[in-house]
Design a protein around this ligand. Structure first.
Ligand code: AGP
Length: 616
């Protein structure tokens, strides 16, 4: 959470920084600010509210400064106030800093600095770091100017406990930015006659496609013409310049009203991208380039553990159903946030998968590190090319979903489900899944873009249903087997963007408690696909309706599910069970989206949330 952008070059920094922040607003949107290196010192403009508010202020200020740093905040320490917004200036106004992360020992550092005469304007942990850097900068008056700031940052970070991605400027050095990271993402945009630093490539992909990803413990020193990387331990790092594989237009709204809407409608293409080049020539199995395990090593795997958070955790639950069903390998699912602390007993031949759209979620990253620390191989499923999880895992699968900006994850989730199903196929074909069954699955996966488009064609009908239900305050989402995680995901989508209380349950569990909630005031969304459990789910619907609970059913059962069986029915295509979780998800995303719109909610920036959760 929190987004950082820094620019040093020949152009006016202010508008470049504001533009960059607009692309990072998904990381936090409590307040934002910029610090500009003016000839006579550092000018800070910061304000609570969205980046649009800052944009207005920055335009009025009309600065010509060609270097600056900026920040969009998701509050951790200190409320949402102008004073707590970043950048923070040191007490002597020499140093300005933007920070993403948490300085855990900030109280002790603050007490020390107050003893040294520093004063504070905010309640944040970040201001402490600005003052600490100023303290070391002022101590080291004999060093060369450029190195002096790097030295001061290095000295300070030695004393810091916690996580950080920072960008720092100094009033004495109008052509230099120093950045550093530990636990919070940071990358460098390498331009011609200009360089940028940011939490995410989205901030600068409109200016350069060249990116260098920083690793934990690294410090970067940027000027207009050059940049160099060292470690906190003073080793020199040879930078690797990567190419960003998407263009800025992909991160723009186009004709859509919200990113969430755009991303829901992009799913046929996103899934096409996730499948491209990933089926064998005889079309009976999947293939993946980056798993870094040969067939013999796979045969030795006798358990797979999946870890993730939020929507990615729901994808892990679906992976459990699909991989167990098609490959018969036992799968366990862990909340990444719990795994690290619960010291779970693990099978010697277990293999780990971490699943993360951003590739930067701190809990998932720490779960990865914990598993590696214990000697396990960890593979990543992520959409974040070059993300920390992608770089630290031992192999993995890129989703290729394209940038996902809406805070509510949609296309990334269905891509994760697709990859999980394809893994089930791949592992199944190494075991007992027949050639014929494999071919049927490949056919089913390939039919997805077309089938999803058919569901999206019903958007108006789903919108009409959504609008009839937009006033309710409570919802239940019910489903069995692989539809249970889809019910959880449907409930999460609804609550995060419309603030309606919603719970997901295995449909048959309803009678063991949640049925007490059923009333005219609490409708249920019931996932009712064709197949073995249809009759049982239909009985659950009867039980609900007998208690005056309204039911929206999502079904692929055709004639077996008559129009009279629910209050509202969304019909989806009948298909192979390996893709039914994906098809069933689409109407739930549309329902949540249209309900939130009807309630006038800020769909892409729901209250209290940020897209990328980089603090524990
Ligand atoms: C999804 O709608 C949520 N906003 C959230 O649960 C998200 O899935 C979770 O924070 C994990 O993010 P990641 O996939 O980037 O790791």
């Amino acid at each position: 959470m929190c987004g950082i952008v820094g620019y040093v070059g020949k152009h006016a920094a202010s508008s470049i920084l504001v533009e960059g922040l607009k692309h990072l607003e998904y990381r936090g949107y409590d307040s934002s600010g910029i610090a500009l290196a003016e000839g006579n010192g550092i000018e800070v403009i910061k304000k609570t509210g969205r980046v649009a508010v800052l944009a207005g202020l920055a335009q009025k200020h009309a600065s010509k400064a060609s270097m600056g740093i900026s920040h969009t905040r998701w509050a951790t320490h200190g409320g949402v106030t102008d004073e707590n917004a970043h950048p923070h200036l040191s007490w002597d106004s020499k140093i300005a800093l933007v920070h993403n992360g948490v300085i855990e020992n900030y109280k002790a550092l603050r007490t020390f600095l107050e003893g040294e005469g520093a004063t504070f304007r905010s309640q944040t942990d970040s201001e402490v770091l600005a003052n600490l850097i100023a303290y070391y900068y002022n101590l080291d008056e004999t060093a060369q100017n450029g190195n002096r700031l790097v030295c001061a940052v290095r000295q300070s970070l030695i004393h810091v406990e916690g996580t950080y991605g920072i960008a720092v400027i100094c009033a004495d050095l109008p052509n230099e930015i120093v950045g550093a990271r530990k636990g919070s993402p940071l990358c460098i945009g390498v331009g011609h006659g200009e360089n940028l630093i940011a939490s995410d490539v989205a901030a600068f992909v409109g200016r350069t496609q060249n990116v260098v990803y920083l690793d934990d413990g690294q410090i970067v020193h940027l000027s207009r013409e050059d940049f160099s990387i060292t470690t906190i331990a003073e080793e020199t790092v040879s930078p690797v310049i990567n190419q960003i594989d998407w263009k800025i237009e992909e991160a723009e709204l186009g004709s859509y009203k919200h990113f969430m809407e755009k991303e829901i409608f992009e799913q046929p293409q996103a899934l096409e991208n996730a499948m491209r080049g990933r089926f064998s020539d005889d079309e009976s199995t999947a293939k993946f380039g980056g798993l870094n395990l040969d067939a013999r090593e796979w045969r030795q795997v006798d358990r797979i553990v999946f870890c993730g958070c939020g929507t990615a955790w729901h994808a892990c639950l679906v992976a459990e159903y699909l991989i167990e069903r098609f490959s018969r390998i036992p799968v366990e699912v862990e909340y990444a946030s719990e795994f690290r602390y619960r010291n779970a007993p693990l099978d010697k031949n277990a293999l780990f998968f971490v699943v993360s759209q951003s590739g930067e979620t701190i809990d998932t990253l720490e779960a990865l590190r914990e598993a590696q620390r214990k000697g396990f191989r960890v593979l990543g499923i992520t959409n974040g090319v070059g993300s920390t999880i992608a770089r630290e895992s031992d192999g993995g699968v890129y989703q290729h979903s394209g940038p996902e900006i809406g805070v509510a994850s949609t296309k990334a989730f269905t891509s994760q489900l697709l990859i999980s199903g394809m893994l089930g196929l791949y592992l199944g074909r190494m075991r007992d899944l027949s050639f014929g069954d494999g071919r049927e699955m490949v056919k089913a996966f390939k039919s997805l873009p077309g089938l999803i488009s058919q569901i999206l064609d019903q958007a108006d009908q789903i919108k009409a249903i959504a609008e009839r239900y937009a006033e309710f305050q409570d919802f239940l989402f019910l489903g069995r087997q692989s539809m249970f995680p889809i019910a959880l995901e449907g409930a999460l989508k609804l609550k995060e963007i419309s603030y309606i209380h919603a719970e997901g349950y295995p449909a048959a569990e309803m009678k063991h408690g949640p049925i007490a909630l059923i009333s005219e005031q609490c409708p249920s969304v019931v996932l009712s696909p064709h197949g073995d459990t249809l009759k049982k789910v239909m009985s659950n619907i009867e039980e609900t309706r007998a208690r005056k609970g309204r039911v929206i059913a999502i079904t692929s059962a055709g004639k077996d599910f008559p129009d009279s069986a629910a209050d509202d029915i969304i019909r989806i295509p009948t298909a192979h069970s390996c893709i039914m979780p994906i098809l069933s998800t689409i109407p739930l995303q549309l329902l949540a989206y249209y309900i939130a719109c009807k309630r006038g909610c800020d769909v892409d920036k729901p209250r209290n949330l940020a897209k990328s959760v980089t603090v524990e």
